[in-house]
Structures are given as C-alpha cells and as structure tokens.
Design a binder for this molecule. Structure first.
Ligand SMILES: *Cc1c(COP(=O)(O)O)cnc(C)c1O
Length: 354
C-alpha cells in the first residue's frame, strides 16, 4: 500500500472535550494534500500540518464551483482499535462526482491509502466516548487562476478530519419535516447524484424557510413534476408503508447514500420487502391519513438514521408512529451503529480496521 511523506506539526493541539464538540469546528493536527497538473496527473500527495491553503482570487473554484467532496467517519471499537465503514464506497463515489464535474479521476487504491494513513496518524484524535467519531472530509477544488468557463487544469485534493460528538446526545428525537413546493435541490441531468458544494448552496434557502416555520428539515420533491419525493434535508429517505419499505429510486437527482445502500442490504437480509421506486407526496400523505404509513426516517453518515415524527405539506399534516421512533428505524440504527463502532458482528465485511 502507498505510503505518503509526512511533515509533522511542530506543536500538537490540545484534544477537545468530546462532550462539548460542535460539528465541524475543531480540526486535527494534520491534513492530506495532493496536486493535479494537466499533463502530469495527480502528484505530490503528502501529509502536512493542518493549515490555510493559499489560492489566487481568480482560482476557478471561487467562480464556477468546480468542487466535489465526501464525508465518512472513523470509529473507535471496544478493543480500542480505529475502524472505517465501507470507505471504498466513498472513494468510488467521489470519482463518480468527479466524472460529472469534469474533475480528473483519483487513483482509487492510493486514495483509500491516503485516508487510512491520515487517520492512522491522527488516531489519538478518534474519541472513545459513546457515539463520538472522527469525521473525515475529502474534497477537491479547481485552482487554475482563470475566469474562462472550462474545466480547470489544476486541482487540489485535500482530506481534513475533525472529532465529532454524539449526534444523539439527548436521545433520538424524531424530527418535523416540511414538503418544499418552490425550490428544488436537483434535477435529472443536473448534479443531484454528486456530492458537490453547489447542491448545498442551492438548498440553503428552503432549509432556512423550513426552520422559520418550525420544521427541522425539508422534504424535497423532484424538480420536473414536483410530485415525487427525493430526499429529506441532506439525507436519503425511507418509508414503511404496510409491510413494505419504500425509498426513492436513484433517478439521477437523488444522492446514492452509502447509509441508504447499507440499510437496504440489511433489511433485505432480514427478509423485509424493500422497493426502490418513485413515490409521490400524494401517496405518502394518503398513507399517513389512512394509517398504512408505519414509519419514516432519513439516512446519512452523520445521523445514521433520523426518524421523522411529523410531516407538513400545504394544509396537510401527518404524525408518524405517534411522533416516536419506530421498531424498524430503531433496529437499523442499532445494527448499523453496532457494526460501525464494533459492538456487533460485521457479517457483510463492511468494516476496515486500521
Ligand atoms: C451525503 C448525502 C447523503 C447521505 O449519504 P451517506 O453516504 O449515507 O452519508 C444523502 N443526501 C445528500 C444530498 C448527501 O449529500
């Protein structure tokens, strides 16, 4: 496996109290960085002290948002070892995002090696309190100083890491979500299936509007028909209707979540019926009204499973499972977190121990 040169930080930072961590504000001592130059390819991968990157104001990422990112976590298991959850899925997905955004492909094995080497170096930063982890944020930005609209000739691939507290420090409380009728997050043919910053920039307004109205998240509809459910906030979404679990199929505007995929694989292995198909907001709210909607939840790396307790759409209002987490969402949460933190067996070989 590839070993990158390391320039160690002269002074190491003090580790924060895992009980007061705010997501994404505290970064570790080191970062991985690698350059791309047209004609030369990716080169000079290295680990250096965490610190500012200097770019020209004309760097293309500032103007045309040629950028992609990933998000995954390192977990400390009861034996004290550090482990990753399906990290090759993140590497493959960043390359799929790169393909859409005209960013050159990363070498997969060497990229996984970079993640592993950085996390191994920062292993002391992986907290051990229940529910805590080290969040890993790989990203690529276009750095060519040019205002011409075309693919850049220069990029930086960087990986930063930050210790994060327990997502459910106060217990799992189901959230209230709101169907967004005006803004859309993505359309087929656009960039919905990629993790790119632009998708997030476009989603902020609806999120703020939902919050102003007392809701935690937006339930996104498709951008063409404004009928089909796509995602909730920045998570994938699943519903148990009768004895079947339904989740929006990957039409190109839905992000192919690794938690989504893992939940589907788990539920199928439990003998449950899972359908990946189109589902309209109308069908969902009818199921809510006639009592066949048993559970609803979002899935993503940050929360793992985020149960939905209430849903609003125009003048309609549905309470799901009396506003409490249901047995299926709880089982998925317990199983996935058990595998991730190493407190349960890993029958699918999803975990890599470092
Ligand atoms: C990252 C992301 C998800 C969840 O993906 P995971 O791989 O499960 O973390 C879902 N939707 C959007 C829009 C995302 O950016």
């Amino acid at each position: 496996m590839k070993e990158y040169p390391v320039q160690r930080a002269a002074v190491l930072k003090e580790k924060p109290d895992p009980n007061t961590l705010v997501f994404g504000k505290t970064f570790t001592d080191h970062m991985f960085i690698m350059d791309y130059t047209a004609g030369q390819g990716w080169h000079d991968g290295r680990i250096v002290p965490y610190g500012p990157i200097s770019l020209e104001p004309s760097a293309m990422v500032f103007h045309y948002a040629q950028e992609v990112f990933e998000g995954l976590k390192a977990y400390r298991n009861p034996q004290g070892q550090v482990q990753l959850f399906r990290p090759m899925e993140n590497v493959k997905r960043i390359n799929s995002s790169c393909d859409r955004m005209c960013i050159p492909q990363l070498p997969e094995e060497d990229t996984l090696a970079a993640i592993e080497q950085l996390v191994r170096l920062e292993a002391d930063w992986v907290p051990s309190a229940p529910g805590t982890s080290l969040y890993i944020r790989p990203f690529i930005i276009a750095t060519t100083p040019s205002l011409g609209v075309h693919a850049a000739h220069n990029y930086i691939f960087c990986i930063i890491t930050c210790p994060v507290g327990a997502y459910y420090a106060e217990g799992i409380n189901p959230v209230k979500i709101y169907v967004e009728n005006e803004d859309v997050r993505a359309v087929r043919g656009g960039t919905g299936y990629t993790k790119c910053g632009g998708n997030y920039a476009a989603s902020i307004r609806a999120g703020e509007r939902a919050e102003e109205n007392g809701y935690a998240q937006v339930l996104w509809l498709d951008g063409v028909h404004r009928e089909y459910i796509e995602e909730v906030g920045s998570m994938n979404v699943m519903f148990q209707i009768g004895d079947t679990v339904v989740t929006p199929k990957l039409t190109g505007s839905v992000l192919p979540g690794i938690t989504r995929k893992s939940c589907i694989e788990l539920m199928r292995s439990w003998g449950l019926k899972v359908e990946e198909r189109l589902i309209t907001a109308k069908e969902l709210f009818e199921a809510g009204a006639n009592g066949t909607l048993k559970e609803a939840w979002g899935t993503g790396t940050a929360a793992v499973v985020s149960p939905i307790g209430e849903m609003g759409w125009e003048d309609k209002h549905v309470v799901v499972n009396a506003g409490k987490i249901g047995p299926l969402a709880q089982r998925l949460y317990d199983t996935l977190t058990g595998i991730q933190w190493g407190t349960q067996p890993d029958p699918h070989n999803w975990v890599i121990k470092l």
